[in-house]
Design a protein. Sequence first.
Length: 631
Amino acid sequence: MDILNKIREYREEEQKLTWRGTFAEYLEMVKERPHIAQTAHSRVYNMIKDAGVEEVDDKKEFKFFSDQMYGIEDSIEKLVEEYFHSAAKRLDVRKRILLLMGPVSGGKSTLVAMLKRGLEQYSRTDNGAVYAIAGCPMHEDPLHLIPHHLRDSFYEEYGIKIEGNLSPLNMMRVEKEYGGRIEDVMVERVFFSEDKRVGIGTFSPSDPKSQDIADLTGSIDFSTIAEYGSESDPRAYRFDGELNKANRGLMEFQEMLKCDEKFLWHLLSLTQEGNFKAGRFALISADELIVAHTNESEYKAFISNKKNEALHSRIIVMKVPYNLKVSEEERIYKKMIKESDLSHVHIAPHALKIAAIFTILTRLSVPKKAGVDLIKKMKLYNGEMIEGYNAQDVEELKKEDPDEGMTGIDPRYVINRISSAIIRKQLTSISALDVLRSIKEGLESHASISKEDKERYMDFISIARREYDDIAKKEVQKAFVYSYDESAKTLMDNYLDNVEAYCNKNKLQDPLTGEEMSPDEKLMRSIEEQIGISENAKKAFREEILIRISAYARKGKKFDYNSHERLREAIQKKLFADLKDIVKITTSTKTPDESQLKKVNEVIARLIDEHGYNSVSANELLRYVGSLLNR
Ligand SMILES: Nc1ncnc2c1ncn2[C@@H]1O[C@H](COP(=O)(O)OP(=O)(O)OP(=O)(O)O)[C@@H](O)[C@H]1O
Ligand SMILES: [Mg+2]
């Protein structure tokens, strides 16, 4: 019943937030809380700011975006500061259409969707509250009711500049319904909602021949002309175009540059002059943020056309490039997988990271800086420490190519390849190798990638593969030596017992049977050989160790395997050699003995419990590392 409670709570909250009163009462509120009369641009900026800003090393991270948009903080900072912030201050950029330009699947639509969902939420808060003339289809700003000749005195009293004219419809309503008494005009609080078409609009171009400008600016309602007697009676007009509905908020203009010119001109007059023409009326004032998006090639075609010059100067272009950090790319995939129907599939550790390494490589431009290759650049961008380089170098690398991140493989491609591998092979578990293989197969049949790019990309797959080999080996080693200290200690104690017996020409006692045995030459040599101690040198080495032990004993210090550097090295190497043998067992036909089997199972259990594998992927990893070690 939880959900029913929530539905009820939501409704109650909405009722609590509703407000209705006269214009006179509204003005009292404005006096106390002038921000309720802010412009659309200012509201968007405050919404972003109110969500929180974190400053890290001179850079601003806007929380509003950071829980869904990853790795493009620089572009977002530019967008917020250069567009939203300036527009909020009523600077001239407000009068231009905001055009987001970026490569496919680079997050443009996601960014706009966040603004829309954000505004819906924000309009329900105190800081983001919006009020409008009650019953107006365009949710007109109540301050438009103040006649022009009084606006200067209004500014003196309230400190608020009013822009825009009362719409023809409301002008008529003031006369007919309120007898000209503007102070009695009813005002109400409105809540933005794209579904209900309040304050949020979307326009996407369809066939240019059939598309009607009415989609943007509304149209005559012929059924009511008889009632009102004339086409120029505003009551006979339906103010239901996207521009009308998005008034006070935001309108998204999808694929703007695919649109017919006559549509663009409407937008231009709206952004430039703050008004647009509808039907046979005087210009209609509107206050809204217009966000459009496009890709680079479309944009280039658009600006190369002389005819578009005037339009061009009225657009402000903001780049939304791809993310260039491996770790952030991994987060993008995780998010997309969570949102998709793949979320039930086991994705082996590192699979997404390896895919991300490949993807980022395709997006980077070749560094000019001496000593930096593509792989180093990738790691530096990812915030990894590389000796001899610092944050300054990273900034310099970024400045080398302002167009970096505008090309390469997009995140959706990778997700598609992952899902196609899963579906085709009916996998319930997918590893880094499966992902790379699927990406590679996809590239081979990819029609829109040039031959040179394909070759480059194949190289990147090999690089990613090598990175994976390293990671896989380390991962198995880590799981193997987790009881490292203990194994090392046991091995050393064993060795020292034998060395002592050897030097003193004693026998050892078997701990189980109590039988006497000679020192275990094979064991001692297997350790000593690890650090290159020859048959001739073994005696001196063993004696030296004994001397060290007694020196420690005299000082009352405990001798452990860290007390003798070369011995420690020998023990570690011996353990790793054992690891190799055990891992190799998993790929050879030899049946492992009991202790080996036990160790293999321990490693697998460790991989599953601590490193996020399942039994399929853990076994696969061991087999793979085994084959690497066999090479
Ligand atoms: N930097 C990023 N951070 C988080 N998610 C991202 C990022 N870039 C892309 N995505 C994800 O990739 C997917 C595609 O993004 P979206 O549809 O917003 O791209 P687009 O730029 O509008 O693409 P198109 O040009 O194809 O319309 C979305 O799931 C989005 O969340
Ligand atoms: Mg899109």
